[in-house]
Design a protein around this ligand. Structure first.
Ligand SMILES: Cc1cc2nc3c(=O)[nH]c(=O)nc-3n(C[C@H](O)[C@H](O)[C@H](O)COP(=O)(O)OP(=O)(O)OC[C@H]3O[C@@H](n4cnc5c(N)ncnc54)[C@H](O)[C@@H]3O)c2cc1C
Length: 479
């Protein structure tokens, strides 16, 4: 058994753990960090992602603060034309490897233990500290943590290549994760894509890109989802579209006059009227949003698939039938079933981020995971009092249900106002490459920026008052 000591033990070297650690060591050059991950290298779920996946959002604000991802190029062709480039999974993994090997480890402040399972506090063994075990050698390491455990796995979802389907599958049925689409050979009788989320959307787009006719794709979509328009997350030269999105969201929140569940639908309806969110079938009101982002060209492509099965979730696939919650459909010969049913979003209760010797990583900024994690790293390093840290960084909460927006919008606008009232955090935020609004003051010649700011100024007060009324009685942790 090996014994080590550190200030912070970070469990998980995915996007959250990497952005947090990078920001923490930048703000505190004396701090010592141990990172542990059961995967062999940093990158988290991107390491096992399907090969044709890309970021939903621009590389320009993804990764860690200290290193640029990509070249901040605006794509000129393809479905992403006119928007900032989006890294592939391979590029993201290479990036995180370089961040580790060329920055974190050489800093002398960080040690990384891959292929290691964190076993918990005391490892159930009564020892004085935390324990992890090497998945290769079996060696157990105990860690004395002087300051905090940083748990980045609290909301860890499942991914297609590692999940077990929640339905039965007969032996002769050809069910594959999207990862295996690129290994297909021979002609399939047709493709049945299972799932409603971004993975299913990506798989359908990929099949269409490969020349599969839309009528050879059947899409089992238990629930329809809202997806953000790609313009909603553009930084730098295109920051005007981000400001417009934010301001339209606040405008919609000021106008919503209903209970949380219905007002989620009202907010999305308003955003849709401005082309900022999409539904794939205009005749169906989506029941959820999972944070997926699509360009208008992708929406157009996906709408070509007309064979959409809405009979609930799959229960069983046999050679001749697919049994669903609300009926069954025939299973044609030679079908390839693409399993996109892994849930990337794990629904967990919101809890304080900073508690005693624990940091529970949750989303505290709109949408962008690394920006959120880096914000927590900076706040942890620059403040002493946990009450103050929690006041500045309340989690937005994300379940993917339509009841989310009132709470998320309320916290998502009120907390940044509190943070920006602190000069050092405001300066840090403005210098952070992960912040999609950075440099917005240089774009006051863009009418979307000036009109967006006017809209924000006119609607912020009424929106917060309206949401406060709506959320009365609910647990909202913004002071
Ligand atoms: C297709 C897709 C596209 C996306 N695009 C974007 C985007 O454009 N922008 C954006 O902000 N977000 C995007 N996301 C969301 C994405 O989840 C986050 O960006 C981010 O990658 C999540 O990182 P994480 O570190 O929180 O979690 P993970 O990547 O899941 O990392 C958690 C790590 O913890 C490790 N771990 C868990 N338990 C243990 C244990 N007991 N011991 C040791 N290690 C453990 C795991 O091995 C894993 O490596 C996308 C997600 C998907 C699925």
């Amino acid at each position: 058994m090996r014994h080590i000591e550190t200030d912070y033990l970070v469990v998980g070297a995915g996007a959250s753990g990497m952005a947090f650690t990078d920001a923490l060591i930048a703000a505190d050059p004396d701090v010592d960090v141990v990172m542990v991950d059961r995967r062999h290298r940093p990158g988290g779920h991107w390491i096992d992602a399907y090969p044709f996946v890309r970021l939903h959002q621009p590389s320009a604000c993804y990764g860690v603060n200290s290193r640029v991802l990509g070249s901040d190029r605006i794509d000129e062709t393809g479905p992403n034309a006119g928007f900032y480039e989006r890294a592939t999974a391979a590029e993201i993994c290479d990036y995180y490897n370089r961040v580790l090997e060329e920055h974190l480890l050489p800093s002398g402040q960080v040690r990384f233990f891959g292929m290691s399972d964190y076993l918990g506090r005391d490892g159930g063994n009564g020892s004085d500290g935390h324990r992890f075990v090497s998945r290769v050698s079996g060696e157990i390491t105990t860690v004395k943590v002087r300051r905090r455990l940083v748990d980045t796995t609290y909301g860890e979802g499942t991914i297609p290549s590692r999940h077990t389907p929640a339905f039965e599958v007969d032996e002769d049925v050809r069910l594959i994760p999207p990862n295996d689409l690129v290994n297909l050979s021979g002609t399939a009788g047709g493709y049945t894509v299972l799932g409603a989320g971004k993975t299913a959307m990506d798989s359908c787009c990929w099949l269409l890109d490969q020349g599969v006719a839309p009528d050879r794709i059947r899409w089992i979509r238990p629930r329809d989802v809202w997806a953000f328009d790609r313009s909603a997350t553009q930084p730098l030269e295109l920051v005007g579209s981000y400001v417009e999105f934010m301001s339209r969201m606040v405008e919609a929140a000021a106008e919503a006059r209903a209970e949380p569940t219905t007002s989620g639908a009202v907010v999305f309806g308003r955003l849709e009227s401005h082309g900022l969110v999409h539904r794939l079938d205009e005749s169906i009101e989506p029941a959820v949003f999972r944070g997926a982002t699509l360009s208008k060209l992708e929406v157009k492509a996906l709408r070509q698939i007309s064979n959409v099965v809405r009979k609930g979730r799959v229960r069983r696939i046999s050679t001749d039938r697919v049994v669903l919650e609300e009926g069954s459909i025939s299973a044609e010969q030679g079908q390839v079933y693409v399993d996109c049913t892994a849930s990337a979003v794990k629904v967990v209760p919101v809890r304080p981020v900073f508690e005693d010797d624990l940091i529970t990583m949750q989303i505290v900024t709109f949408g962008i995971v690394p920006w959120s994690a880096a914000t927590l790293g900076y706040v942890e390093a620059s403040r002493d009092d946990d009450r103050e840290k929690n006041r500045l960084c309340p989690p937005l909460g994300f379940t993917g249900e339509l009841a989310d927006p009132p709470h998320a919008i309320y916290v998502g606008f009120k907390a940044p106002a509190e943070r920006m009232a602190e000069p050092d955090i405001a300066a840090w935020n403005e210098s952070s490459r992960l912040n999609p609004m950075r440099g917005v003051a240089d774009h006051l010649d863009d009418t979307r920026v000036t009109e967006g700011f006017s809209r924000l100024a006119a609607n912020m007060g009424p929106a917060l008052a309206n949401l406060e009324r709506m959320l009365a009685g609910a647990e909202v942790t913004v002071g």
